[in-house]
Design a protein around this ligand. Structure first.
Ligand SMILES: [Zn+2]
Length: 415
């Protein structure tokens, strides 16, 4: 029964993803010949067509990836891939904890290897073709190795901890595991700005007295205590620009990509930052974190129940072994299969995110300047080759940010 349910959902997922992707490609192609009237004076036809081609390329890669991932998922579950790896590791490793960690590691490795060609295609194919990639192959290799190391240092203790809790805390293990998950996440958020991010990028204090003074004045108006203003060498990897803030408490800092500062005027940088401060003011980031913890709690409860059901294993192509823990198997199956079902809440998540974006835009218009934010947005869309004419259905389903035309229309009427 569960096999059938899984297949029906998986098939529906793929169909919907392909349908949305093809809609997006067609819609963008139909509007490729003409810059939308509201952008006529600011964006050239050449740029507009470049954005259309870039969007086409992005969707194309994601469609091939969708089909590949589905095939790998079926291979690992129903066709016996996971079962095969589990049996092999059972013969090789006696220690239960190491055997289970090795199983989790092997599956992550398989997923990593499957994802690698797509990452390469994106960075050195698509991004390079449109002039966005600034990363050498050597840097890519060193990033990948560093990323693996960080994942191992953080992930191994987490996985070992959760497996230990599953095996030793009885019927309420999922509550304990959830607690460990929450602590782990808070720890990573705390460590990210000062320990993890500097492994990959250089952060230098913002050295522009004029801009710095503006930002401090803005932060003060908004009641935001800044503990640091930094510029990140984003240009080392990509021409895409961004700004964000990160950390909490004393480690809270504002980070600008050097690529953003080089493109925007002082007014525009201030407006972009005011938008980010809007997210802070309305507690969007904290709310998202709470929502993610509540969802994790639900997932752990469901996992706690599923891990006790024999059909959960057998219907997904794995035979749980008697007389040894099957916790790693349950975790892997759950994290492999769950996205097939949770894919359907994507539009809801996107909708909430877009609502937050509008709210942050309004805040920026009040605290800074709607005009400056509009001109910054147009520049960023242009520079990032983001399409101005997305398919409305595709956008409603996936986009975390509202289409440019809508954002600008609302900003024009902001007060
Ligand atoms: Zn935003």
């Amino acid at each position: 029964m569960f096999t059938l349910l899984f297949l029906v959902f998986l098939f529906a997922d793929i169909t919907l993803r392909l349908w949305l992707g093809i809609r997006q490609i067609r819609h963008v192609a139909r509007h490729r010949g003409e810059v939308p009237p509201e952008f006529f004076d600011r964006i050239s036809l050449r740029s507009h067509q470049r954005a259309a081609d870039y969007t086409h390329g992005k969707v194309q890669i994601s469609l091939v990836e969708t089909i590949t991932e589905a095939a790998v998922l079926i291979g690992l579950t129903l066709l016996g891939g996971l079962q095969f790896i589990d049996l092999k590791l059972g013969q090789l490793i006696d220690h239960e904890m190491w055997r289970q960690l090795a199983l989790i590691g092997s599956i992550l490795l398989v997923m990593g290897i499957v994802g690698l060609p797509f990452t390469l295609w994106r960075k050195f194919g698509l991004e390079a073709r449109f002039g966005f990639n600034r990363m050498s192959f050597g840097l890519f290799v060193s990033d990948t190795l560093k990323g693996l190391l960080v994942a191992a240092v953080l992930g191994l203790p987490l996985a070992a901890g959760v497996l230990w809790l599953m095996g030793n805390t009885g019927a309420y293990w999922h509550w304990w595991a959830w607690g460990a998950w929450v602590v782990f996440n808070v720890l990573v958020i705390w460590l990210f700005p000062t320990v993890i991010a500097p492994l990959f990028n250089k952060f230098t204090p913002l050295n522009d007295p004029d801009l710095s003074q503006r930002i401090h004045a803005l932060a003060q108006r908004c009641g935001f205590a800044i503990s640091g203003l930094f510029v990140m060498d984003g240009s080392k990897r990509s021409a895409h620009g961004n700004a964000y803030f990160t950390g909490f408490g004393r480690s809270r800092r504002i980070v600008f990509f050097d690529t953003l500062l080089s493109k925007l005027t002082g007014d525009e940088v201030e407006a972009v930052l005011a938008h980010e401060l809007g997210h802070f003011k309305y507690r969007h980031i904290a709310k998202r974190l709470v929502v993610s913890f509540v969802l994790a709690l639900v997932f752990f409860q469901v996992l706690g129940w599923l891990s006790q059901q024999v059909w959960f294993y057998t219907d997904l192509g794995v035979i749980p072994q008697l007389g040894r823990p099957n916790d790693a198997l349950a975790l892997i199956l759950f994290f492999l299969v769950m996205p097939v079902f949770t894919f359907w809440i994507t539009p809801l998540v996107s909708l909430m995110s877009r609502r937050d974006e509008f709210q942050a835009d309004q805040f920026a218009a009040q605290q800074s300047s709607a005009q400056a934010l509009i001109s910054a947005l147009v520049k960023l869309y242009d520079d990032n080759a983001a399409t101005l004419t997305p398919d409305p259905v595709h956008s409603a389903f996936y986009d975390s940010h509202p289409p440019a035309a809508l954002r600008i229309k609302k900003l024009k009427h902001a007060h």
